[in-house]
Each structure stands twice: as C-alpha cells, then as structure tokens.
Design a protein around this ligand. Structure first.
Ligand code: HEM
Length: 471
C-alpha cells in the first residue's frame, strides 16, 4: 500500500481511491443539463424582451431562477432539470441532515479559518482547472473577492440554516440551484469565447470550465476537509458521527448542484475521494501565485479584525506546509505570527473541549455562533445587507484576466502594538496563557512525582529499618 504525503497530511492509497484513469475523463465532462438550461433561459429572456420591446437584460440582471420557475413547463429539459433538483433521493435521511447542519456552527471559528486558509488558499490555488476559471471571471480581483467570499458564506449559512431551508423550495435549496445556474453561465461564456476567438482557455489541458472532477473536488473541500485537513491541525477532533452527518448534507447538495453523488456514499469513500483529489488535482502554475496573493491582500487589515498578512501566512503554512506556501509566493512570517496563530488554535480546541464536556454549553455556543454569523454575513450593512441573489456579475471577457493586485486600505494607525491589531494581541495573550498553564501543570506534575518518590523512599527505609530491628 503506497503512502502519500501532501503538506502535513499523509494517507495510504486503497482500492477506494480514484485512479488516474478514472479521474482524467471527468475533466472533460460537465453538467450538460445545466448548460442546456441556461442557454434556453437566455433565449426565453430574449423572446420576452422582443415581445415587450426594449433591450435584453445583461446576464448580471437576469433572474435565471425566476425564469426557470415560471417557464419550466414550456420545455421538456427545463422540466427535467426542475424535477431532478426538486426530487429528494431515497438515501436522504432528514434527521441526519439536520444533525449535519449543526456541524458548521459547532466548530465555526475553526471551520471558517480552515475553509479560508486551507480550502481557498491551499486547494483552490493549487488546482489549475479551478484557479484558471476563477481568474477569468474577475471575481478574484481584490476589489470583488471579499463580496465573493461573503456570497460563498451566505450559501453555506443558508444550506445549514434549518431543515426547511435545505428542503425543495427553501432558501438554501434555491441558492444552490442559483449557484448551479451561475456555474453553467460561467462555463457557457468561457466555452463560447474559446470557440469564437480561440487561445483563451486550454480545454485540452484544463478540461471543460467547471467540470465534473472540479465539482467533486469542490464538494470534498466543502464537506470533508474540515474533519481531516483542517480541524485536527487546530487540536479539534470532531466525532465520526459528526463527520458522517456533515458529509451526508453535502451528498444531498451535490445532488441538487449536479455533481455525481456516489463518491460521497459512505464516509470512507468520501475521505478516499478527498485524498484522491489531493493527488490528481494538485498542480501549481503562475495563476496559483495570483490567486494566493490577491486572497492575502483582500483579507489583510480588513476591519474590524485588522489581521496582518503575516498572521494569514503563518496560518496557511500551518495547514498547507512550507513547500506549497513557498511555491505560491507567501512570505515567511516571524515567530510572533505563529504564536498568535497557535493562540487561536488553543482557544478553539479549549472551546471544543468544553462543548464536548457540556451539552448545554455546546447548545449555547452553537446557537450564538449561528445567530452572529447570519447577522454579520447576510443581514449587516458591512456584509451582504440582506443577502445576495448571486447574479452573474463577473462576466468572462476575451483578453481580460486578473493579475496580482494590492488593496486600498491603510494599515491601522495606532501607535501602540497592543491596540494596533487587537485580535492578534488577544490571540498572543491566549498563547502566553497557554504556555503558562503548560509550565504550571508541568511544575505541579514534577512536584507530585517528587513527593511520590520521597514517600516511596521513606516507606522503603522504614521497611529496611524494621527488618533490621527484627534481626
Ligand atoms: C460543486 C461544488 C461547488 C460549490 C458548492 C460551489 C459554490 C459556489 C458558490 C456558493 C458560488 C457563489 C458565490 C461566489 O461567487 O463565490 C460560486 C460561484 C462560482 N463558482 Fe463555484 N462551487 C462549486 C464548484 C465550482 C467549480 C468546480 C468551479 C470551477 C472553477 C467553480 C467556479 C465558480 C465561479 C467561477 C463562480 C462565479 C464567480 C463570480 O461570480 O465571479 N465552482 N460557487
């Protein structure tokens, strides 16, 4: 059995893993029904406008989901798409899905940090089939990336909000269909440019835009990576049941979004699929640098957290290893940034320990994090101010790709290092506290061992003394 090592993660190759021969053709297949549906819906939008007069709305103003809902009876394949996405497979167990939804909130700080620094930074940058699409949509420009991240979190929050939200017709279910249509729009647009102008997207090398293997990879990033590639590196160990339940939720999402579901049938198969992606999808190129660079720039000095680029780089190195991070051009931060990140890890692992110890505390924390995330990401003015309909804003255009960009925010101006980056100062304090606790426990333990040893020695002396006086 061959052992593979990717970053800090190693695993053994088994018969459940996906062979290269199985993976390669999946680069060239994609959600054809989704592609048909967006083409048809655009025709319908054109027809409607022709009969009403006036120009056809640009793609970013088209409500494809609304068009689908209203016109699905006019075309057999539109109806098929609607029926398939609204049919619940017989393997769906709603009680399990409901348990799975809690996983996101239960370990929210670790999950979000892991998703950003390992999922986005480690995996999206390293998979050319994904990163080459991302830089062509413009959504990876530092001016737009933050909104894209918020929209991705909106999707995550909506599919985990409640059972009704993820059941057919619920907000999370509708958002998932919108994402599927958005993907198909991106694909259609890129394929059309490649067909008419050429030299735009190397389909031979990269496969089709938003193809089957990329989609399977993305589902593993959303569902499996937390349990094996992210939380354990922060000292958080979800139970097997929690992992299985969360994967079950995303197996259902895969069904709605048009991704093959058999790879997520069991937890063992899903884990093997995740590991197969680490082997088949990892190939760094120049685009990886751009995606990583813009990602760091977007998050650096973002109020109110104001975290530094060094903190982000330290976290990325903990998850993804130095080899990958050097190759994508990340800086080498000082020990202070690592200490702050370690403080974060100790904080989330202490929280998880207390949650495992007390179900009441767990319920409180899970509920609190859920309310806070929904407020901050979806409802607040600095977030999505009520939510996004995931319009097709960043339309790929010939000759337009995103390069490395800076950000326009100035670093915090406070003179004192304590108040300049309060979050990092707090995390550093957690690190110091953790070290003090460790040293205190070690001292107490060595004292206890010393006392035990002295007692044993005294007992032995007593025995020797008694046996001598007996003689
Ligand atoms: C099947 C699993 C996937 C899920 C659950 C998913 C999720 C999402 C979500 C929530 C959005 C909307 C928010 C945003 O704009 O970021 C989105 C948009 C997008 N996704 Fe995916 N995605 C998946 C697969 C993929 C794959 C394989 C690619 C290939 C490159 C891809 C490329 C994109 C692009 C280009 C956008 C539009 C960005 C824009 O508007 O500029 N996605 N995806």
């Amino acid at each position: 059995m061959t052992t593979h090592k990717v970053g800090h993660y190693s695993f053994k190759w088994t018969s459940q893993h996906m062979s290269k021969e199985e993976a390669e053709p999946l680069k060239h297949t994609y959600d054809e029904l989704g592609s048909y549906v967006v083409t048809k819906l655009q025709e319908i939008a054109q027809r409607n406008k022709n009969s009403e007069g006036g120009p056809v709305p640009p793609p970013c103003q088209m409500d494809l989901y609304g068009l689908l809902r209203d016109h699905r009876h006019e075309d057999e394949r539109l109806a098929q798409f609607w029926d398939e996405t609204h049919t619940v497979p017989e393997w769906v167990d709603w009680e399990q899905i409901e348990r799975g939804q809690k996983f996101l909130y239960r370990y929210a700080p670790g999950n979000l940090m892991g998703f950003a620094l390992q999922g986005f930074m480690g995996e999206n940058t390293a998979a050319p089939g994904i990163s080459e699409v991302l830089i062509r949509t413009g959504g990876f420009s530092t001016r737009t990336l933050l909104r894209r991240l918020l929209e991705t979190f909106q999707f995550l929050l909506q599919v985990t909000e409640s059972l009704d939200a993820v059941k057919p017709g619920g907000t999370g279910h509708i958002t998932t269909i919108r994402v599927r249509l958005l993907h198909s729009m991106v694909r259609e647009r890129i394929m059309r440019i490649e067909k008419t102008r050429g030299n735009y997207f190397d389909m031979e090398e990269l496969g089709a835009p938003v193809n089957t293997i990329g989609s399977i990879h993305s589902i593993t990033t959303f569902s499996c990576n937390h349990s094996w590639l992210q939380l354990p590196f922060m000292g958080v160990y979800p139970t097997e049941q929690e992992t299985t339940d969360y994967i079950a939720l995303f197996r259902y999402i895969a069904h709605v979004i048009g991704t093959p579901t058999q790879y997520f049938e069991t937890t063992a198969r899903a884990k093997a699929t995740m590991e197969s992606m680490l082997v088949h999808q990892f190939r760094l190129n120049e685009t990886s640098d751009v995606v990583a660079h813009n990602f760091v720039q977007t998050l650096t000095d973002l109020p109110p957290m104001n975290v530094s680029a060094q903190f982000i780089e330290a976290g990325s190195r903990v998850f993804n290893g130095d080899d990958l991070c050097d190759k994508i051009g990340l800086g080498r931060p000082s020990w202070y940034s690592y200490a702050c990140f370690r403080g974060f890890c100790w904080l989330v692992s202490a929280l998880a320990f207390l949650q495992h110890a007390s179900p009441m505390f767990d319920e409180y924390i899970t509920g609190f994090l859920k309310r806070t995330l929904h407020d901050v990401v979806i409802h607040s003015k600095n977030g999505l101010a009520g939510g996004s309909k995931l319009e097709f804003k960043h339309v790929p255009q010939y000759g337009k790709t995103v390069g490395k960009e800076g950000h326009e925010r100035s670093p915090p101006s406070s003179a004192s290092w304590i108040t300049r980056r309060p979050v990092e100062t707090f995390l550093f304090a957690c690190f110091v506290l953790g070290c003090l606790l460790f040293v205190t426990v070690m001292l107490l333990m060595s004292q206890a061992v010393g006392l035990l040893y002295m007692n044993l020695a005294q007992d032995q002396m007593l025995v020797i003394h008694e046996s001598h006086s007996f003689v």
